[in-house]
Design a protein around this ligand. Structure first.
Ligand SMILES: *Cc1c(COP(=O)(O)O)cnc(C)c1O
Length: 373
């Protein structure tokens, strides 16, 4: 057993974040107010679009689906190979997540498969930007247009990624991001919704504050709503000043984080380039800011044993993700197979990637993996 453990993922927190939190604590206004307003404004400049901050990425997805008027009796197409959060966010609205297969080469939503799962109840498609790559997002939008669907991008992995030169979230229908502790930037927990749709923005603004109409404006001017109306179901999904204070500092450090994540991912790519069994996902790191680094180990049948061996060498690894259609809650009575997802999943392995790694760490991880594959 080695002393140092190379973590799979971690937050990267410095004195700026700590100072910012202390200033909020000293002012003793911890709820949703100035810092959230400032963080939202900074994110709006980043995306060049209106932004609404919420408690976490899952809440962002749920509020976005709800704000489209999607709920009980409706269906949303989503790749099975995603974090459980995408599925639970959809089902929290009363709608049904319909698990779709992914393309073998990039692990992103297979639109031909999704088309087979369309019914008259299908109202939206939720592409998941797995590892930070978006694949052929233009094709997703064409697909949605053809069938009259909303697009709610689960962009939790893709903060700062580009798509044909444009920042993910700066175009399209609705994009949802997560600022949980290990994402490309963090606000402790947190998330946001980015869209130009006025109706969605209004519903999200109210929905995050128990449905109280215009409570956001009140809080941003330092007031509170004592008499108000509520027109729909709402939640306590707002962001706190403590979270936003962290997020503001992290956003200002984003270029530093992005450079590091990209260069470590490029380093892995180079080492594995000629390997006959270890295949990195095809991602263009001039555009993609990688959130996780996933490899496919061809023919791997003993992943847990390999993970245990790597851990003994001080290397944490992960598995992203156990397919959601395997879960009893999300089983589909239509029983169309998801053969690519089923075949891919046992061969996927996630290697350490975060801004506090070193080139030596990455070289060591890659070398140890190659020894056992
Ligand atoms: C992190 C994540 C979410 C949810 O974000 P939280 O902030 O953890 O609620 C949703 N989808 C994917 C793919 C994620 O990785």
């Amino acid at each position: 057993m080695v002393d140092k453990v190379i973590r799979l993922s971690k937050s990267c927190i410095g004195s700026a974040e700590k100072g910012a939190v202390m200033r909020v604590l000293d002012r003793e206004y911890l709820g949703m107010g100035d810092e959230v307003r400032v963080f939202e404004a900074a994110l709006s400049r980043f995306f060049d679009r209106p932004v609404r901050c919420v408690a976490n990425g899952t809440a962002a997805l749920q509020l976005a689906v709800e704000a489209c008027g999607i709920g009980r009796g409706d269906e949303v197409l989503v790749p099975s190979l995603t974090y459980l959060a995408s599925f639970q966010a959809i089902s929290a609205t009363g709608a049904r997540p319909i698990a779709c297969d992914v393309l073998e080469h990039d692990c992103l939503l297979d639109l031909d498969d999704a088309a087979k799962r369309m019914t008259t109840k299908t109202k939206a498609v939720m592409p998941v930007h797995y590892t930070g790559g978006v694949g052929d997002l233009a094709a997703v939008y064409q697909f949605a247009e053809r069938y009259g669907l909303r697009v709610i991008e689960d962009a939790a992995h893709a903060f700062g990624s580009l798509c044909a030169g444009r920042r993910v979230g700066s175009f399209g229908d609705i994009a949802c991001f997560s600022f949980d502790g290990i994402k490309n930037i963090t606000s402790g927990e947190g998330g946001c919704i980015v869209t130009n749709d006025e109706n969605v923005l209004r519903r999200v603004s109210d929905g995050r504050l128990l449905g109280v109409e215009k409570d956001t404006e009140k809080r941003y001017s330092g007031e509170r709503s004592w008499s108000f109306d509520v027109a729909g179901q709402g939640w306590r999904f707002h962001m706190s000043n403590i979270m936003a204070a962290i997020g503001i500092e992290q956003l200002s450090r984003f270029d530093e984080f992005a450079d590091k994540r990209r260069s470590f991912a490029r380093q892995y790519d180079e080492v594995f380039a000629d390997h006959d069994r270890i295949h990195a996902l095809p991602r263009n790191y001039n555009e993609v800011v990688p959130h996780i680094f996933v490899v496919r180990v061809k023919g791997m049948i003993d992943r847990e044993e390999k993970r245990a061996r790597l851990l003994r060498k001080g290397i944490q690894t992960g598995v992203h993700y156990q397919p959601n259609h395997w879960l009893s809650f999300f089983q589909d009575d239509r029983q169309l197979p998801l053969s690519v997802t089923d075949a891919l999943y046992p061969e996927l392995l996630t290697l350490p990637l975060h801004a506090d790694l070193s080139y030596d760490d990455v070289a060591y991880v890659a070398a140890e993996l190659m020894k056992i594959v």
